[in-house]
Design a protein around this ligand. Structure first.
Ligand code: G3I
Length: 327
């Protein structure tokens, strides 16, 4: 059977995962599985402000450089994540309105130019919208909405990577997510119509099996984004299993069904260029610490278990890609 990246390539799609340099350094089976299954990786945390900018006057590129080396050694497209985000080291939370633009631009230029030719996509901005418009961040408070336009312009001037806006919580029929989709579309329409150099929307797709998913509303949203001439990439797919039954076989099947239902709809949209999961193995997943199960059982949100053996979710992702129309 072809691997995920091989079946994806037959459709003109990317398949990949988020990963940290520390994970591939200490787990050779993970490194080998990424080589076999993935055409791209996202820097899960190695290129964030918290990693690269521990202090105002100090850039720390060690982890990012290691991941860039792993990508280049293995012919993987590397996705940089993220040049602008609200999750900042403590010193940056205290940036003044007066200094904000200088510090933001300096940081973006330093990081984007460091990885020029190594990073193929940048998440230029991450998680900037809210159901009511824009997320309240230090950048919005100090610079106003123009920080978004500025970020894409600086990225364009500093590197040749494809420029993405990456966003979370847009998938389901809740009030919050329906309004989030409206906010995102409004922002995208403004950016595109005013010539801001954005090239793609990254849709995180952290999935919840218990929430109602309207396939027609979601397809319409993807179509609207695609009609703006933007690429779409599913960037952080995983399934939170907090509300699912304890029984592993039953739980794994529901997780697989959740991936399949979502990806069937997402990959039917021609503007979607690929899918990445947020980690490959249950051994390394943010869900373990942020959304643990109340019964204390290990979480199983990803296509491979904690020993890196494929689970039903692997087959579900495979089948969704195999069923997708070719680009
Ligand atoms: O490395 C330290 C370790 O030394 C220390 O013992 C431990 C104690 O808490 O913390 C470790 O750092 C953690 C790091 O993950 C490990 O890689 C940080 O506390 C923790 O905050 C950090 O969480 C990451 C989170 O973003 C914040 O940066 C998650 O791994 C990462 O998966 C998550 O990714 C985000 C995307 O960037 C944006 N979309 C949502 C997604 C999931 O939250």
């Amino acid at each position: 059977m072809p691997s995920l990246k091989e079946i994806a390539a037959t459709k003109g799609l990317l398949f990949g995962t988020a990963v940290n340099s520390g994970h591939v350094a200490k787990n050779s089976k993970l490194a080998e599985t990424i080589r076999r299954e993935c055409s791209c990786i996202t820097a899960e945390s190695d290129m964030k402000w918290t990693a690269i900018r521990p202090e105002a006057a100090k850039f720390e590129f060690t982890r990012g450089d290691k991941l860039a080396q792993f990508a280049s050694d293995n012919g993987l497209l590397l996705r940089g994540h993220a040049l602008v985000w609200h999750d900042l080291p403590a010193w940056a939370e205290a940036i003044s309105a007066e200094d904000a633009e200088t510090i933001l631009v300096e940081h973006m230029k330093a990081v984007a130019s460091r990885y020029e030719g190594k990073v193929g996509h940048w998440d230029v901005i991450n998680e900037v919208a809210s159901p009511n418009g824009l997320r309240d961040t230090i950048w919005l408070r100090h610079l106003g909405e123009k920080y978004i336009d500025l970020a894409f312009q600086v990225a364009k001037e500093s590197c040749t990577a494809t420029r993405f806006y990456n966003e979370n919580r847009m998938e389901y029929d809740t009030w919050e997510m329906e309004n989030k989709r409206k906010s995102v579309l409004k922002l995208l329409e403004r950016l595109v119509s005013s010539g801001v150099p954005i090239e793609g929307l990254g849709i995180q797709a952290h999935l919840f099996p218990e929430l109602a998913f309207s396939e027609s509303k979601y397809s319409a949203f993807l179509k609207d984004v695609g009609a703006l001439g933007l690429k779409i990439l599913i960037t952080e797919c995983d399934v939170t299993d907090k509300e699912l039954p304890a029984d592993v076989a039953e739980r794994d099947q529901k997780i697989a069904d959740t991936f399949k239902q979502y990806l069937d709809v997402a990959l039917a949209e021609p503007a979607v260029i690929g899918v990445l999961t947020w980690g490959l193995t249950d051994a390394y997943t943010w869900i373990k610490s942020v959304r643990p199960r109340t019964d204390g059982l290990p979480v199983r949100p990803l296509p491979f278990d904690d020993q890196i053996n494929p689970k039903p979710a692997y087959q579900a992702i495979y089948d969704a890609i195999a069923n997708a129309p070719a680009r």
